[in-house]
Design a protein around this ligand. Structure first.
Ligand code: IPE
Ligand code: IPE
Ligand code: MG
Length: 230
């Protein structure tokens, strides 16, 4: 399904949830769920490029996900490294502007430098892919305030705050999708979600595919956004 050129939908954000349950249902370790989840993610990025979306923001790892067992956290970090390797090797084929959002200070310097290089080399791609890793909406807002305070801004406007968020270049999401059946935001894009359309599906993330995304997009186009008006 092509994104309509009327500008109503340019930015989709996804809470990719349900990997662990997908694995449990099959009697497999949670790590296997993350591996299949990473596969679903690759397909969706490619598809978003094909249909002409401008920005896709995905929630890959939250500031709260460090609470999980070390083995699981390490498996997610390994998948991330694998993805970075893959992007580096296929830079010319890579379908999006690779942009990390979140606190990357937890990564070693080599990995950070590699990420920066990929960001720099892909920045002219038409689809922006924000990967939220070690991301939390509250910490993002606190960071925005700290940055304004550092610059001595005292009369803080909404625009000042938006401009200091990681997502400033591509603006707020029009549509936020959460897979896995839970109906909550889990600290994702708190400020930016103010007027986003929310779409929840029971489909577990590793099973989410192009058809499921089409359903969400169709649902979005059937809605009437009022932004507080009539
Ligand atoms: C989402 O799937 C991936 C991350 C949070 C990293 P989960 O791992 O949360 O899967 P469930 O919700 O336990 O099924
Ligand atoms: C949200 O899922 C975070 C990601 C998808 C990366 P969680 O599984 O961590 O959220 P809760 O714990 O169900 O709220
Ligand atoms: Mg979960």
């Amino acid at each position: 399904m092509r994104i309509l050129s009327d500008g109503r939908l340019s930015h989709i954000a996804i809470i990719m949830d349900g990997n662990g349950r997908w694995a449990n249902k099959r009697g497999l370790p949670r790590e296997v769920g993350h591996k299949y989840g990473a596969g679903a993610f690759r397909k969706i990025v490619e598809y978003c490029g094909d249909i002409g979306l401008r920005a896709l923001t995905v929630y890959a790892f939250s500031t709260e996900n460090w609470k999980r067992p070390e083995k699981e956290v390490n498996s997610i970090l390994a998948l991330l490294r694998q993805y970075v390797d893959e992007c580096e090797k296929n830079l010319n084929k890579y379908p999006a502007y690779f942009h990390f959002i979140g606190d990357l200070s937890v990564f070693d310097e080599t990995l950070r430098a590699r990420i920066e290089r990929i960001e720099e080399k892909t920045k002219d791609r038409p689809l922006t892919l924000n990967i939220a890793f070690n991301y939390g909406g509250r910490s993002e807002i606190a960071r925005a305030f700290s940055r304004l305070a550092e610059r001595g801004v005292r009369e803080i406007t909404q625009e000042d705050i938006s401009a200091e968020l990681y997502t400033a270049p591509c603006g707020d999401p029009d549509l936020i999708i959460r897979t896995g059946g839970d109906m909550r935001i889990s600290n994702f894009l708190l400020w930016q979600a103010a007027y986003a359309e929310l779409y929840f599906t029971d489909v577990l993330w590793p099973d989410f595919d192009e058809k499921e995304l089409d359903k969400a997009i169709e649902d979005f186009y059937s809605r009437k956004r009022r932004f507080g008006g009539v």
